[in-house]
Design a binder for this molecule. Sequence first.
Ligand SMILES: NC(=O)c1ccc[n+]([C@@H]2O[C@H](COP(=O)([O-])OP(=O)(O)OC[C@H]3O[C@@H](n4cnc5c(N)ncnc54)[C@H](OP(=O)(O)O)[C@@H]3O)[C@@H](O)[C@H]2O)c1
Length: 323
Amino acid sequence: MAQAIRIHETGGPDVLRLEAVEVGDPGPGQARVRHSYVAVNFIDIYFRTGRYPMPLPNGLGSDAVGVVEAVGAGVTEVKVGDRVGYLLGPQGAYSDVRVMPAEVLIPLPDGVSDRTASALMMKGMTAQYLFRQVYPLKGGETILYHAAAGGVGLVACQWAKALGVHMIGTVSTDEKAEIARAHGCEHVIVTSREDIAQRVREITDGQGVPVVYDSVGKDTLMASLDSLRPRGTLVSNGTSSGPVVVDSTLLAVKGSLWMTRPAMVHYATPRSHMLDMAQELFDLVLAGKIQGEPNQSFALADAAEAHRALESRRTVGATVLVP
Ligand SMILES: NC(=O)c1ccc[n+]([C@@H]2O[C@H](COP(=O)([O-])OP(=O)(O)OC[C@H]3O[C@@H](n4cnc5c(N)ncnc54)[C@H](OP(=O)(O)O)[C@@H]3O)[C@@H](O)[C@H]2O)c1
């Protein structure tokens, strides 16, 4: 029997239950993966609380690394013994072993350990698509990025630096500011004592930034709009503080702004494109430009504690569960 965290109803962290589940042999197009690390992401909280609906009972999590221990008929993407990671596919990553569609599995290169990959699959691929696809950065721009010391945030700090982008990052505490700076964030705004839009205007000589990547949502929306230059772009890529509702008139009034709400699944498909994205990420890792290590580790059985830490802003960088 496998061990898996499952939920039977939506709610607080206490709804996460460790259960014994049957994991059979992989069917056609599937592979069985034994996890070495399972990554915790803020999106898992949206599923747990019901903000993102799913049928119940269900597993949770969409981001893990491990080794392929069996493949079903017709699988060409991976073979037994391959080290792999994934960030797409059905919920259920919070487990020690599971069956997955082979088409979402990404082989890990030699030189990128499971531990490093566990901090980078979802988080690094998110930085890739935000910076290289949604609003492609060329280098030289000054950008605003919220939650710069978070899981995606610490990868974004490093990726911005690698691109020659001047990143203004927001964080809630001075400790997080130090960590963001150490990862390459050039200017840090500490939101507990500084006004975001005012500081952005000071840093940009009154111009504002061409793009804001805002994963915080409700609490930062107005500051993000007020930080943009005319015809700037708000990339609303998350809602950690609550959902965002925008009257389109506001976009006109604040400077004929653009706004997009991107989702990974529309940027990381088809498979060939997902593999190209991963290659770009791994190349930066192998070149020493992006480092990834879990900053917090919990036992699989302690997934509820990991959720409490993430949603109460006690974490920095990546959080993983170890089966
Ligand atoms: N669209 C996509 O495809 C995609 C993919 C991956 C992730 N995301 C989004 O990107 C964001 C970051 O994900 P992550 O897993 O790396 O999480 P994370 O950034 O490690 O954690 C969220 C951070 O947001 C900040 N925050 C501000 N207000 C908050 C509030 N009211 N409650 C909780 N946190 C708050 C906190 O940083 P401070 O304490 O420094 O403010 C916190 O550490 C999430 O919103 C996630 O949904 C989107």
